[in-house]
Write a protein that binds this ligand. Structure first.
Ligand code: ZN
Ligand code: ZN
Length: 389
């Protein structure tokens, strides 16, 4: 079968599934669930996959709201990644309802386009993107072993085929001092809050002198309870982001220096606890990016040229250092910024769903390229090997 014909079938299969995909997206959007509690969404997506002829396992890799659907037994494995967690207070302000159904559409389209001997289509339900980096939990359990290409898309204000995403670390910092009456015996105190404030100021100064493709931020979580008691404990949370992996490590060292400076100045002790998960910078696979871009452009989509250095972080970054991956962004028909209530509103409009269907088609067509294109998977793998660290 020619690739072009298969792509026509892929598009038609997504169009045919439109009503189902929109219904699923609307259901997820109107029942926002937080990280690791996405029971309704995971069940709905699993049911839909089963109805579409995929063999589905629920609660895989030790996570109740993760799932895995499989169809076909071909030599190349294409994985579509579905996110479906929401944000506290503002619902689906990152549009993960559209990620889930665009990926579902991609899988349905690819299944409808090729024979089961051509490809193995894997659909991975990946919980908890917004909070604990659920894809890292899946990576730890081997969920991506044997995958040749991992594909997903993300709604955003701008359309970028290979968006940069920051690598990310966060940590809790606790200062331990000695409390004292603030008036009777201040000279006997070791002021934990002073330690934290000095560290915060040092971080704020450092922030002015770091590369533009990096970010530092922090908040004070705990700084005493009464002004007449010098606090013995103070606690903060800080984060470090950078596009360049080595610079991220360098910044991690430098911010630790700021924390130690606070302890040194105040005579307190500091405890630095880096959280167990980190987001890695996105390693976009050039072969897969150019195929996706060509397919999306053939459908009439237009991409922003150039580099947008203002960006966020994603656990897809972690996947992208394990297998060849893409994470293109797509517009939803109205301008709003992710993680605002305005974005929640635009992610449920007809225009958002039109865009979701179209990028679902582009994902399906890209799957066709990987399944049927001569040595596409090999080329992506070779490139991946060259960029791996
Ligand atoms: Zn998101
Ligand atoms: Zn988000």
């Amino acid at each position: 079968m020619s690739i072009d014909k298969a792509k026509e079938r892929a598009k038609a299969a997504v169009t045919e599934a439109r009503e189902t995909l929109v219904e699923v997206s609307a259901d997820i959007h109107s029942h926002p669930e937080l990280a690791l509690r996405e029971t309704r969404a995971a069940n709905l997506l699993s049911d839909t996959l089963e109805a579409q002829g995929f063999a589905v396992e629920r609660g895989v890799y030790g996570i109740e709201t993760a799932f895995r659907g499989v169809w076909g037994e071909g030599p190349v494995t294409v994985a579509y990644l579905l996110e479906y967690d929401a944000l506290p207070g503002i619902g689906h302000a990152c549009g993960h309802n559209l990620i889930a159904t665009a990926g579902l559409g991609g899988a349905i389209g690819l299944k409808g386009a090729v024979s089961p001997a051509d490809v193995r289509v894997v659909v991975l339900g990946t919980p908890a993107e917004e909070d604990i980096g659920g894809k890292q939990l899946l990576l730890d359990k081997g969920a991506f072993d044997g995958v040749d290409a991992a594909l997903m898309v993300h709604p955003a204000p701008v359309e970028i085929a290979d968006p940069l995403m920051f690598g990310f670390y966060s940590c809790y910092v606790t200062y331990h001092g000695r409390e004292a009456h603030a008036s009777v015996a201040p000279e006997t105190a070791l002021n934990a809050l002073d330690g934290l404030v000095t560290a915060y100021q040092a971080v704020a100064q450092l922030r002015q002198h770091i590369r533009r493709d990096a970010r530092l931020a922090g908040v004070i979580l705990e700084g005493g309870e009464a002004s007449n008691v010098i606090p013995a404990t103070a606690k903060g949370k800080f984060e470090v982001r950078a596009l360049h992996p080595q610079y991220l490590e360098d910044l991690k060292d430098r911010i630790e220096g700021c924390f130690r400076a606070g302890a040194e100045a105040s005579g307190t002790k500091v405890e630095i606890e880096w959280t167990s998960f980190a987001y890695e910078p996105m390693n976009n696979n050039p072969t897969l990016v150019s195929l996706y871009k060509a397919n999306a452009e053939a459908l009439g989509r237009r991409f922003l040229d150039g580099v947008a250095a203002s960006t966020g972080s994603t656990d897809m970054g972690n996947v992208s250092w394990k297998v060849p991956s893409i994470h293109p962004t797509f517009q939803v028909g109205a301008f709003a910024l992710n993680h605002t209530a305005g974005f929640t509103e635009v992610c449920i409009t007809d225009a958002a769903h039109d865009n979701m269907i179209q990028v679902g088609q582009a994902l399906a067509m890209t799957g066709v390229d990987i399944a049927l294109g001569e040595s596409v998977a090999d080329q992506a793998r070779d490139e991946f090997a060259a960029t791996s660290r």
